[in-house]
Design a protein around this ligand. Structure first.
Ligand SMILES: Nc1ncnc2c1ncn2[C@@H]1O[C@H](COP(=O)(O)OP(=O)(O)OP(=O)(O)O)[C@@H](O)[C@H]1O
Ligand SMILES: O=P(O)(O)O[C@@H]1[C@H](O)[C@H](O)[C@@H](OP(=O)(O)O)[C@H](OP(=O)(O)O)[C@H]1O
Length: 435
């Protein structure tokens, strides 16, 4: 032991991430339900949320503003009685001890409470939620409303009639409908938007094609890494939906988001040649394998095989203990480890064409490298996935407080099963990328 007086330790200063530098966003927290911000958006300007692909929008009297955004959060206005139910839903989810509801927390955006804000002269209450598109540069967003039935048990005859007549064919055929989506096309960088009028015309094979278009898989092969990122989340939600009896979710949506910039980096086209999609990372980046990442639900342990009963995961076998001498004699250097670090280095070693618009290209490349380094130096196992699915819109969620009467929410479950089946079909299409 040293007698030297211990020097005061200097706090390690972490480099601010690209997202903090460019977008002034807060660091990601690992908690599923965040503690309410004391003064959310205090002193920061509110603005209309430009990435809303469906849902209620601005009305004539400007009282209803649509969603707003502020500091990495979205603000959802609460005007109708049913929207107050959504506040109750998030409030209850936050303090629940029911295991099914605790699990549900990880499938919904983080909730930061509810507060009054004044926007364009109108004061009203807003629900404050994590913006699922934050940190994305080219945000591709799809809203998928789940369920053949989209009205709740308190609906009036009129409401039942109007809900039954909307997206009727699509809901009958698939158990879900698509009220809107937007996609940045990889080849052109152009943003395409599809609203509810388009969504209401979808049925039959058009539904699958709309999802394929959203995934940038029209005119180019689907990207297996992207499908797997979505499926690893969807399978968890599906497993939960097949079991849970705690809540009935009428008219909720799956919100799918991914960053086309990262898709381009992974599976996109270069100026010179089409990058082989087999080079694509087939699983979400995981820096460290924790006990949690070994859990069979993690995308990383998916074997690539699908059985009629769902995904087949790799079996985890224990390593046999070899006597030291034998082990030393038979030692051969291990093959090069394919890690996120080596992939980052591979990328840094790539030659880029410096023709055309190279300043723009260079700045994008720099941003990508910074984002990649950010990801590699973060403390969480999968800190910056570039695709995510969450369940949103709980204006028609009903808790089942009577345990004896509890049954599975078939309406929600069937919609999820059907959506997952489409993604499993897409995954099979990409099998050749790992053959
Ligand atoms: N947490 C979020 N992060 C990013 N975008 C979001 C988030 N929540 C909602 N949105 C965007 O806003 C849209 C509408 O959201 P939501 O369904 O909650 O609103 P709504 O007005 O209740 O919809 P509806 O009219 O279907 O009842 C979504 O389609 C999505 O584009
Ligand atoms: O897709 P569309 O044609 O926009 O249809 C709307 C959609 O079904 C909303 O979920 C619903 O709001 P709620 O979920 O709050 O019922 C809204 O009802 P509303 O017209 O009564 O607001 C509908 O108009």
């Amino acid at each position: 032991m040293s007698n030297e007086p211990s020097k005061p330790r200097r706090a390690v200063r972490r480099q601010r991430s690209i997202y903090q530098v460019h977008y002034a966003l807060p660091r990601r927290s690992t908690e599923d339900m965040a503690t309410p911000l004391l003064t959310p958006c205090a002193g920061l300007a509110l603005s209309a949320f430009g990435l809303q692909v469906a849902g209620h929008r601005k009305t004539e009297d400007t009282k209803f503003t649509g969603l707003l955004q502020c500091n990495g959060t979205v603000l959802k206005p609460i005007l109708k009685e049913s929207q107050k139910r959504e506040v109750d839903f998030y409030t209850r989810l936050k303090s629940t001890t029911n295991p099914d509801l605790i699990e549900l927390r990880s499938y919904v955006p983080k909730y930061y409470g509810c507060r009054k804000f004044t926007y364009k002269g109108f004061e009203q209450d807003y629900i404050i939620l994590e913006d699922l598109t934050q940190r994305m540069l080219e945000q591709c967003v799809m809203d998928v409303k789940i369920g053949k039935r989209t009205y709740d048990p308190l609906a009036t005859e009129e409401k039942i009639k109007s809900e039954t007549s909307k997206y009727a064919l699509c809901k009958q055929q698939y158990g879900f409908c698509i009220p809107g989506y937007q996609v940045y096309k990889l080849a052109t960088g152009k943003l395409l938007k599809f609203g509810k009028d388009y969504g209401k015309k979808l049925h039959g094979h058009m539904v699958r094609e709309a999802i394929r278009n959203y995934l940038n898989g029209v005119g180019a092969p689907l990207c297996r890494a992207l499908i797997l990122q979505f499926l690893s989340e969807l399978w968890k939600i599906q497993k939960w939906a097949r079991r849970q009896t705690a809540v009935r979710l009428y008219s909720t949506s799956l919100l799918l988001v991914y960053d086309a910039t990262r898709l381009r980096d992974c599976c996109g086209e270069t100026d010179d040649a089409l990058v082989s999609r087999s080079k694509c990372r087939t699983a979400p980046v995981t820096r460290r394998r924790s006990i949690h990442s070994l859990h069979p639900l993690g995308g990383g342990s998916f074997s690539g095989q699908l059985s009629p009963r769902g995904p087949v995961y790799k079996k985890l076998t224990s390593v046999p203990i070899t006597p030291l001498k034998t082990a030393r004699d038979s030692f051969t250097p291990p093959p090069a480890i394919k890690s996120p670090w080596s992939e980052a280095l591979d990328k840094l070693n790539t030659n880029h064409s410096f023709e055309h618009n190279y300043e723009d290209k260079l700045s994008k490349i720099k941003m990508n490298y910074r984002a990649l380094l950010d990801e590699l130096s973060s403390d969480t196992p999968n800190p910056n996935p570039w695709a995510a699915v969450k369940i949103i819109d709980f204006a028609h969620a009903f808790f089942n407080d009577d345990d004896d009467d509890a049954t599975v929410d078939e309406n929600f479950k069937q919609g999820i099963d059907s959506f997952v089946e489409i993604f499993e079909g897409f995954l099979k299409e990409t099998d050749s990328q790992v053959a």
